[in-house]
Structures are given as structure tokens and as C-alpha cells.
Ligand binder design. Structure first.
Ligand code: BGC
Length: 926
């Protein structure tokens, strides 16, 4: 070798050495979850993040090893799967394709990525374990107590005391691994040897138990001892023994008395195994401290009825009775693959004030869903009553009219001296409910011994344990407050499913509320699994004929054959693909979606017009004092127009899905149908003289425009009608209900009217989101006039009126969105709209590919923009600038900047392509 070549070789080896370690892989996920236990997907998808400070890092290949033990993994022995080097830039959703995965087994994995900037080292090890994959793996029997006791009551306000169950057993050897598989319906808490297992609450997540129900898996190796052990559970009602019994039975579904299926699998160091299961050898007591638990009405806990030590060894359960062997629920048992609910934040009260008759009112300073924990010292048998509400009446008492018949009252009866088993000092007792939650800001306390202070209470915010993925701050304080209220509203309404509200006697998973909202929410919360689970709930709610209800899981029967509510099934599957790159919901539910579309067509389509609509433009302002629909009929939008437009839009999504999963014939069939609908739609609803759709409401014009029903030649004219309506007839205010609000912000920006959209989101007079803020809202209201509306239909913690607002905040203001072909933010479109008067936006979003940042300042002349693009992604960036020559990136002109490729420059906007890394653009707009 010549010297020159040798030097070259050495230097390239050196540079490789330098690069080595500058890129790393982290945050390994299996089925989008971190180290999940008990999954039941046989080809789980693996994802990871690349991390680097370098610019323009792209993966060119990867290698995955999956082993049956940690030891094997550390020796790079991929006895389960060695992918070998796979040339691919894909770093999310790689399907496992090794040896067949076995029930109950643990798997350990790691990955290494080969990039254009060198090879990473192996990642830290990650793992997952399999659940019980076959029905025959379940040796446990269902146990429970299928009757009410004399102190229970099975009426409209159902009262049922909790079921306490326990089992003593002995282990015979040193424990290698112990795993619990448990399905406790409606809700359970699990204890082993005196210790509560896991930090989940209100588990498992709710489903339609006639179709399916969940089990959860826990690793309890550290809790099981050699020798004597006790495993114990408490069962609450949840949605299984539902909140209302023998009341409106045509509407409310209930599923039976609480029941338990539990299997504890123990592997001994010696290699032998043992299984402890629920059966008639367990012990049961229903006369314990939880006297009643009802999601609407509250929980009553009588500490004088506690069984000290019941969940530990050494407890005498000779007086407890045998449980009954009860029938299994009719549905399928499946592993829960979405996050459990947890206490996600602890909130200190801001004040406590005396009210009438010795009562006190606590103000939490924030409306949210969860409960209060109390800390108290007093006499045995003394009762403390906590009544929850969202707001106060003028006289300072709770306002409960909007809770309808939900009693939302927790009662704690003190244990008193000498019975305290907790570790609290002196005779303090601490209590919080197990099986209920409330939507509230204020709590009325009655019967508290002595004078309570704020230190005696703590709020617990409860929702699905989802990572907060977004941050968003602007120079406008109204926007910032709306954003904050939206965060609290969304968090409050995630309860193993998205619900409409957390406070009144409703709390149902209404489909219409999330049609577009789910997508905006996904910038704030990692809601991929929650919504994938919901898509399954929706499919399970479908009737044999194909109908989809407005509420799913169908806890309430609402099969109204509406289009706009069930549309959520299709729009959200579409959004899960765009945002998270998750195609499974589309693959899994395509047939069911198509069946629903066919059902609606055969039943309600006449001359290519869908003739059925239930809700109109729900909650459109100005609301009448007692109605949720506008009183003035000239403001109502024709239901047939809405239904037909939505049907058309859903067809366009289905056409996309058909393309993605290779259903060529369907693409064509849907296309032909769309053409016919379009023609008929314009013939029926377009008014030539007026040059607008139907009666010219904002929504009537908006839908054909945004959905592509309006012919190109009319688009500008139609847009002008919308603009005029908002500006002239509505004084620059929103005039849409739930339906129009799903598209309005994006339409205004798409047609160059960002300033008008900005006005809608910064208004503080009625009707607007800012009006809610100005009137003290700390979440989002159900109605635009939530402060004056009829309490019968007036939740102060709903999210449906957000429409496409959050999407607009991220996609249009921050300018962050995913490309629709390289989904999941593999390719990012950075394109902010700059409203006049908005000085800065500083936003971030933690995507499937990593952290994206858009941080811009605009003083109308100079525009400064800091961008972060995660490794293994790239971005197309739209830079506002009077000319390309004017733009600087990190101090360099674009023409000399090797990291920035100019795609197009035109007046006002320069389009460039960049790779990963941090960039700083400076330009002049004027
Ligand atoms: C719910 C709404 C829901 C609507 C439809 C209301 O009671 O709170 O969010 O979409 O009913 O009927």
C-alpha cells in the first residue's frame, strides 16, 4: 500500500472512531410501549429513537437481537431473533419476525443502527413479556358473589359494597420469577403480602364486556416469598356493575356483579413451576369498609369496618365465606395494550373557607378529574362528607344543578384511635377513594373534626398514563390560556377511553366529540394506544347489519344512524396513521368501516344524498337559554348537507386506506360513488342565485369547500361567503357548532386568512374560547355560553368545541406537521402562518421519531426561526422571506450552506430541505 493510501485509511478509521458514539439509539419501544408486560400480539412492532448532535443523521441499516434471557442478550446470542443487518431507514414499527413467541415468556432485545455518520453501539437492553395467548393457558376460574347484600340497593342509585377476596398459599422453593395475570371486573386492586401491587388506578380499562375485556400482567417476583404468602384483591363496580341499575334499561347497559379471574404463575429457581388460581378455595367478604362505590354517586368508606391485616399473611379469615364460582363474561379475554390510568399529578388546594352550617368549601384553583385525599385525626365513627362540584353559586355554596342526578359524594367514617395501621404520625388517618373519580374544582366538606386547613387535603389528577408530548407558548396570553385549559380538559376526559365529561351522570365515550379533536390532542398527549384501543371499541359496537352507535363502548344504547358521530372511526384511524405511522387500525378495521359505509348507503342514500342526520351543527351559537341548538333557524345548517358532505369525506379517507392496504377495486368503486355524490350534492345544495350552499351558513359553505365538493371555479367565491359571514354577520366571531368547528381554523388559513383565524382564537367576547377564559374557565366548556346556559346540559369540562383549534396551533402557528406519505414525522413539513400581531411561538412536539422544535420570533421585518429536526427525519421548510438571498442560516447565506438545499424560491416564501439537527434561520419579511 502506498503511504498516501495508508494515511487515508488511518484517517478514515480515525474519523469512524470519532463518529462512533456520536449517534446513539435510545427509548426502545415494543408496540409503542416501554417494556410492556403480558402483550398478546404475536408479531410485536419494535421502535427506537436515534439521538445525535450532528446534523443530517440518517439510518441506513439496523440490526436487532431478541433473546430468551438477559445473559444470552449480553452475549449477542439472538436465540429468538437475529435480524442480521437490514438495509432500511425505518426505525419505527419494525415487525418482529423471529421464532414463535410463547405464552408467558420474557423476551430481551436490543438494537443497533448504522447511519451515514457511523454505526451506533448496541442500545441498552429492553424487554417485553407475553401474556396468556391461548384460552387453555387459563387455569383460573371466575369467582365472585352474584347477589346484593341487605345493605346494598339495586335501584337508580345503585349501591353495592366492594368484594374482598383473599387466598393463602405456601411456596416451596426459592423464587425465580412470579407473574400475576388478573382480570377483576369492573375494577380491582391487587395486594400481595400486605403490599399494593402497581401504581395503576381504576384498572382495567373499560370495554364492552359482552365483546371483550382486559386482563393485566404484573411481575411480582419481589413480592412473593419462600414459605407463607397471601394474595388479595378488592373488586369495585366500574362500568361492569354500572352506575344505574333497573333504570332506563333500554338505554343503560349493565353486565353483572363484579368478578375476578386471577392466575399467579411461579417459576422456582429449581426449574419447577406452580400456579395459584382463583377457585372455590379462596375466601370472600363483602361486609368490609367500602360500603358503596359508584362512578356517578361516589364512594363511602367506613374505616370501622376494616379488616386489619386482611391483605397480609397471618390474618384469620375463618369467618370469611367461600366465593361463588360464577359465569365468565361473554366477551373475549384480551391483554390490555393501552396505558393504565394513574394519579398523574398532585394538586394543592388554593383555599378553604367556612360556609353555612359548619361546612367548608375547598377551592382547588383548577377544574380537573380525580379525587381528594384527606388527612384527619378524630374519633372512631365520626363521618366526613366530601361533595364535589365544578363551580359555586353566588352565595358561595356549591353549584350542583349541572351534575344532574349524580350525587358525587364521598363519605369517610373514621377509624379512630388505636386502629391506625398506616405509618402516619400519631393518630392521623389518611384516605382516598379506590373506585370512583369526580370532575371538580370545589369540594364541600362536612363533619371534619376541628378546623380543616388546606394542608389536610390533596387533589389527585387521574388519567391514562400518557406522556405529555407537546409544549406551546406564544406572545399572546389568550392563546396560552386556551392551550392550558385544553390540556386540563383533555387530561380530565381520558379514562381508559375518551369521555365527554367527568362530572355529571354521563361520562360517556361519545364519538362525535373527538372526530377531529383526537388529532389536535395527539400533539399534547401520546394518545396512540388509547385511540387504537378506542377504534377496537368502536368496531366491537357495530351491529350485525353494520350500524355504528354514537357512544362506544356502547355503555349507552345510541344507535341513531348518524354519520357525523361514527365518522370518528375513520378520521381517527387516519390520524393514527399520519401522526404515529400506525397502520394497524386501518388494516384491522377496514372491513368494518366499509361495512358501516355500505349500511348507511343502503339505508339512507337517495339520489346520492344521505338523508339521515341526528345532531346538526351541534352546539352552534348563539345558543338559546334552554336549548343547545341555535334558536334562530336561519342559522341552522341543513342536516342532509352535513351528512352527505361527511359521507363524501369519509369515502375519500376510505379510498386512501384502500390504496394503503392494496384494495384496488375499492379505490375505483369509491371513486365512482364520490363522483356521483359530488354532482348530486352541488345540484341539491348549491344555490346559483346566492352563489352559496344551502342557506349560506358558515358550516354549509365550509364543508363543501374543505372536503373538495365545491368545484374549483367556485372555491374563492365560497370562501368569500364564509369570510363575510364571520366578519360582517358575526362581528368577527365564531358561528359554528361542533361540525363547522372541526374545519374552520384550517380553512381560514388555507385560504390566506390567518389573521381572521387569529382573531377567532384571541377574541374574549361571546362566542369564543377566550370568552370562556375571560369568565374564569380553567378547562373548555361544553357550550359557548357555559356561564349562562341551562344547567341540564352544561358541563364545564368538555373538549368537543376545540374542533381543529389545537391542530391549527401546532400545524399552522408553530408550523409543525407530518408529511402524508412519509408519515409519523419521518418527513416533517415546517410551515408556520404568521398572524399580524403575534410576536413569537415557541413549540415542541415529541414525535415517534423524536423531538421537533419550532421557535420563531417575528417583528414584522425580521423573522428569526430556531428549528430542531430529530435524527433519521428530514424536513421541508417554508421560510417567510422577501427573497432567498436574504435568508441566513446559522450565520451563512443559503447559497453557501451545504446543510440546506433550496427547492424553490419565490417572493415571500423560500422552500428548502434540511436533514436532522438544529438550525437557525434569519430573514426579512418586508
Ligand atoms: C354529550 C355530548 C355528546 C352529545 C350527543 C351530550 O350529552 O355530552 O358531548 O356528543 O350528548 O348527543
Amino acid at each position: 500500500m502506498k503511504t498516501k493510501q495508508i494515511i487515508l485509511l488511518i484517517s478514515s478509521l480515525l474519523s469512524l472512531q470519532l463518529f462512533y458514539g456520536q449517534v446513539s439509539v435510545k427509548d426502545l419501544r415494543c408496540e409503542m410501549l416501554i417494556n410492556p408486560l403480558g402483550i398478546d400480539i404475536k408479531e410485536p412492532r419494535l421502535s427506537w429513537l436515534l439521538s445525535s448532535n450532528e446534523r443530517n443523521v440518517q439510518q441506513t441499516a439496523y440490526e436487532i437481537i431478541v433473546s430468551s434471557s438477559k445473559e444470552k442478550l449480553s452475549k449477542n446470542d439472538g436465540d429468538i431473533w437475529s435480524s442480521g443487518k437490514v438495509e432500511s431507514s425505518q426505525s419505527i414499527h419494525i415487525s418482529f419476525s423471529g421464532k414463535e413467541l410463547q405464552s408467558g415468556k420474557e423476551y430481551f432485545w436490543k438494537v443497533k443502527s448504522i447511519t451515514n455518520k457511523g454505526e451506533t453501539s448496541w442500545s441498552e437492553p429492553a424487554y417485553w413479556s407475553m401474556g396468556l395467548l391461548n384460552k387453555t393457558d387459563w387455569k383460573a376460574k371466575w369467582i365472585g358473589y352474584d347477589k346484593a347484600s341487605s345493605w346494598d340497593s339495586i335501584t337508580q342509585w345503585s349501591r353495592l359494597s366492594a368484594r374482598y377476596l383473599r387466598k393463602k398459599f405456601r411456596t416451596r422453593d426459592d423464587i425465580k420469577r412470579a407473574t400475576v395475570y388478573i382480570s377483576g371486573l369492573g375494577l380491582y386492586e391487587l395486594h400481595i403480602n400486605g403490599q399494593k401491587i402497581g401504581d395503576q388506578v381504576l384498572a382495567p380499562n373499560p370495554t364492552d364486556y359482552r365483546k371483550s375485556f382486559f386482563y393485566n400482567t404484573y411481575d411480582v417476583t419481589d413480592q412473593i416469598r419462600t414459605g407463607a404468602n397471601t394474595i388479595a384483591t378488592v373488586l369495585g363496580n366500574g362500568r361492569f356493575f354500572t352506575m344505574r341499575q333497573n333504570y332506563k334499561t333500554q338505554k343503560h347497559n349493565t353486565f353483572g356483579y363484579p368478578k375476578l379471574l386471577l392466575q399467579l404463575e411461579i417459576e422456582y429457581v429449581s426449574g419447577t413451576k406452580e400456579v395459584i388460581v382463583t377457585d372455590e378455595t379462596w375466601k370472600l367478604n363483602v361486609d368490609g369498609p367500602i360500603r358503596t362505590n359508584n362512578e356517578y354517586d361516589g364512594e363511602e368508606y367506613d374505616a370501622t369496618k376494616e379488616f386489619p391485616g386482611w391483605n397480609n399473611i397471618g390474618f384469620d379469615d375463618s369467618k370469611w365465606i367461600k366465593p361463588e364460582l360464577v359465569a365468565a363474561p361473554p366477551g373475549n379475554i384480551v391483554a390490555q395494550m393501552s396505558e393504565p390510568m394513574k394519579v398523574m399529578q398532585t394538586i394543592k388546594p388554593v383555599s378553604i373557607k367556612p360556609a353555612s352550617n359548619g361546612k367548608y368549601i375547598i377551592d382547588m384553583g383548577q377544574n380537573f378529574a380525580g379525587w381528594l385525599r384527606l388527612l384527619v385525626e378524630g374519633k372512631r365513627g365520626q363521618q366526613i362528607k366530601l361533595r364535589y362540584a365544578e363551580s359555586l353559586q353566588a352565595n358561595g355554596e356549591l353549584f350542583t344543578a349541572n351534575l344532574r342526578d349524580a350525587k358525587v359524594t364521598d363519605i369517610y367514617t373514621l377509624r379512630g384511635r388505636g386502629h391506625d395501621l398506616s405509618l402516619l404520625p400519631g393518630n392521623m388517618e389518611s384516605w382516598e377513594p379506590s373506585f370512583v373519580y369526580h370532575g371538580f374544582r370545589y369540594v364541600e366538606v362536612t363533619g371534619f373534626p376541628g378546623t380543616p386547613t388546606i394542608n389536610d387535603f390533596e387533589g389527585k389528577l387521574v388519567y391514562d398514563a400518557l406522556e405529555t408530548t407537546g409544549s406551546f407558548v406564544t406572545s399572546n396570553s389568550v392563546i396560552n390560556s386556551i392551550y392550558k385549559n385544553a390540556w386540563w380538559g383533555i387530561a380530565s376526559n381520558y379514562k381508559g377511553m375518551p369521555i365527554d365529561c367527568p362530572q355529571r351522570n354521563e361520562r360517556q365515550p361519545w364519538l362525535g366529540d373527538r372526530v377531529i379533536g383526537a388529532m389536535g390532542e395527539s400533539y399534547l398527549f401520546d394518545n396512540a394506544k388509547l385511540y387504537a384501543k378506542w377504534m377496537q371499541d368502536i368496531e366491537e359496537s357495530q351491529t350485525a347489519e353494520g350500524a355504528i352507535p354514537d357512544v362506544a363502548p356502547a355503555f349507552w344504547n345510541y344507535y341513531s344512524d348518524d354519520v357525523t358521530w361514527p365518522a370518528a372511526f375513520i378520521t381517527i384511524s387516519n390520524h393514527l396513521y399520519n401522526q404515529f405511522g400506525d397502520i394497524t387500525p386501518i388494516q384491522k378495521h377496514y372491513a368494518s368501516m366499509k361495512k358501516w359505509m355500505e349500511y348507511m348507503k343502503s339505508k339512507y342514500m337517495k339520489n346520492y344524498i344521505v338523508t339521515r342526520d341526528k345532531y346538526g351543527d351541534w352546539c352552534m351559537p348563539p345558543e338559546g337559554p334552554t336549548l343547545i341548538h341555535a334558536r334562530d333557524s336561519s342559522r341552522l345548517t341543513d342536516g342532509m348537507l352535513i351528512a352527505t358532505a361527511y359521507y363524501y369525506k369519509m369515502l375519500s379517507y376510505l379510498q386512501r386506506f384502500a390504496g394503503l392496504i392494496n384494495k384496488k377495486d375499492d379505490i375505483k368503486t369509491f371513486g365512482v360513488l364520490m363522483d356521483s355524490i359530488k354532482t348530486s350534492f352541488n345540484r341539491t345544495f348549491y344555490n346559483k342565485t346566492q352563489q352559496s350552499y344551502s342557506n349560506n351558513t358558515v358550516t354549509a359553505n365550509l364543508l363543501p369547500l374543505y372536503f373538495g365538493l365545491a368545484p374549483d371555479s367556485l372555491k374563492q367565491i365560497i370562501f368569500e361567503k364564509i369570510r363575510k359571514k364571520i366578519v360582517e354577520d358575526n362581528n368577527g366571531h365564531t358561528s359554528t357548532g361542533l361540525i363547522g368547528s372541526q374545519w374552520v381554523m384550517r380553512t381560514l388559513s388555507d385560504y390566506g386568512n390567518t389573521d381572521l383565524a387569529y382573531q377567532l382564537t384571541t377574541n374574549t367576547t361571546y362566542p369564543s374560547w377566550g370568552y370562556m377564559v375571560a369568565n374564569g374557565a380553567t378547562t373548555i366548556w361544553e357550550l359557548w355560553n357555559g356561564n349562562t346556559a341551562d344547567p341540564g346540559m352544561n358541563s364545564q369540562n368538555h373538549v368537543m368545541l376545540l374542533g381543529d383549534l389545537l391542530t391549527w396551533y401546532y400545524e399552522n402557528l408553530a408550523g409543525i406537521r407530518s408529511d402524508k406519505t412519509e408519515v409519523g414525522f419521518k418527513k416533517i413539513i415546517m410551515r408556520p402562518n404568521l398572524p399580524t400581531g403575534l410576536g413569537f411561538v415557541n413549540a415542541s412536539y415529541n414525535s415517534m421519531h423524536g423531538l421537533i422544535k419550532s421557535d420563531w420570533k417575528n417583528n414584522e421585518y425580521k423573522f428569526e426561526w430556531n428549528i430542531t429536526i430529530p435524527a433519521n427525519s428530514s424536513a421541508i421548510v417554508y421560510i417567510p422571506a422577501k427573497s432567498a438571498g436574504d435568508i441566513m442560516e446559522s450565520g451563512k447565506e443559503l447559497s453557501e450552506n451545504k446543510d440546506v438545499r433550496i427547492i424553490k424560491w419565490e417572493e415571500g416564501l423560500t422552500i428548502v430541505q434540511i436533514g436532522s439537527g438544529q438550525y437557525k434561520f434569519i430573514s426579512h419579511i418586508k
